[in-house]
Design a protein around this ligand. Sequence first.
Ligand code: ZN
Length: 140
Amino acid sequence: MAVSRIDHIGIAVESLEKTIPFYRDVLELELLSIEEVPSQKVRVAMFAIGNSRIELLEPTSPESPIAKAIEKRGQGVHHIAYAVDSAAAEIESFIEKGIRMIDAAPRTGAGGSRIAFVHPSDSGKVLTELCEHEQAEEEN
Ligand code: ZN
């Protein structure tokens, strides 16, 4: 199996401050972390739900891909991320299957994960992320 579970669902928001209370106080999910990911020009709030997570993404710059997504489509579900053992191996395997990748090599995502996005034209227009974690982090 190429992917093992849904790692997280990424949601584009204009403001973490305005959005966090719904997830924390109404859904009563555990807020795991808030961190800035400079490579993607976003601030990320991560909530735990079962062995998956909800990832709220707030742009830190108008050049952020998330700022552009909000400009085009408004706030809302941005991507689905699947857990993989090795992002690099899956990139290679997906390319062999004729799938175009936005990321030809893994890059660093939230929490030190290694991530890669599939080209939405080859994933039914659902922005799809492959997400690899360090083994130690999975046990936390
Ligand atoms: Zn993500």
